[in-house]
Design a protein around this ligand. Structure first.
Ligand code: NAP
Length: 245
């Protein structure tokens, strides 16, 4: 494990992103936690980690839907650590609505947050990764990007787009020694699913071969493996308890 690696996690303040940040910083990677609204939570994660670690965790506020803020975020990483080895495009939103009720605003916000943001972060990061002839980009996609979800059409479209970006970029960037992969979680216990009741979660678990809801740690384990691997690219890796077999 190369602990000198610099890793940026977008949406690292809560849920899956926060778990990735805590684990990678604990493992000794240099981590930049990006957040947007959850400033107190981001600061608390940093404080807690600094109690036990050397100074290897930085936090930076940026709304990833805005090109200029993303530019500042990437420049911050380079200023602090001198390089960027791993970009984890994790920030995302979800919404449950029947297709006929989705407004232009809902649609645009979903695509901007889950897909266009990754266009921004990836383009800005590549300015540095291509020069250094190495890099690892991990897109946190979703099971719904591959199989589609009823009442989440805009969400599913955003993740399908992200998976297409993963595959296309892997082909384009392979010769520059930059790997691009998606991790497609099934259902993971985070605030994103706070609209679901205990009963809903129980019913969903019964549909899953492993008979349980996932936890962020399963996604983090896959992230850790992808960071250290050197021969996997262009893949959509399902971490979903067998839900999409
Ligand atoms: P979550 O608990 O709701 O956390 C979402 C994170 O995204 C927060 O840290 C939030 O930061 C950040 N974020 C949202 N909009 C942002 C913006 N404009 N700029 C910067 N950060 C922004 O969600 P989660 O469950 O951890 O989901 C993480 C990723 O996994 C998402 O891409 C999601 O689609 C995907 N995923 C989740 C599940 C699941 O079941 N949970 C399943 C499949 C895929 P602030 O609070 O600081 O704004």
């Amino acid at each position: 494990m190369n602990k000198n690696k610099v890793v940026l996690v977008t949406g690292g303040s809560r849920g899956i992103g926060a778990d990735i940040v805590k684990q990678l910083a604990t493992d000794g990677y240099n981590v930049i936690l990006n957040y947007n609204k959850s400033e107190q939570t981001a600061k608390k994660i940093q404080e807690d980690l600094l109690k036990y670690q050397e100074k290897n965790i930085e936090i930076f506020k940026a709304d990833v839907t805005k090109r200029e803020e993303v530019k500042s975020l990437i420049e911050f990483c380079i200023k602090k650590f001198g390089k960027l080895d791993v970009l984890i495009n994790n920030a995302g939103i979800s919404q449950i609505k029947v297709f006929t009720d989705i407004t232009d605003e809902d649609w645009n916000m979903m695509l901007q947050t889950n897909l266009t943001s990754c266009f921004y972060t990836t383009q800005e990061s590549l300015k540095y990764m291509i020069n250094s002839k190495q890099g690892c980009i991990i897109n946190i996609s979703s099971i719904w990007g591959s199989i589609g979800a009823s009442c989440e059409v805009h969400y599913s479209v955003s993740k399908a787009g992200l998976d297409a970006m993963t595959k296309s970029l892997a082909k384009e960037l392979g010769p520059s020694n930059i790997r691009v992969n998606s991790i497609a979680p099934g259902i993971i216990n985070t605030e994103m699913n706070s609209e679901l009741t205990e009963e809903d979660l129980k019913n969903i678990a019964q549909e899953i071969p492993l008979q349980k809801i996932g936890y962020p740690q399963s996604i983090t384990n896959c992230v850790k493996w992808l960071i250290e691997d050197d021969y996997t690219t262009g893949q959509i890796i399902s971490v979903n308890g067998g839900w999409s077999i």
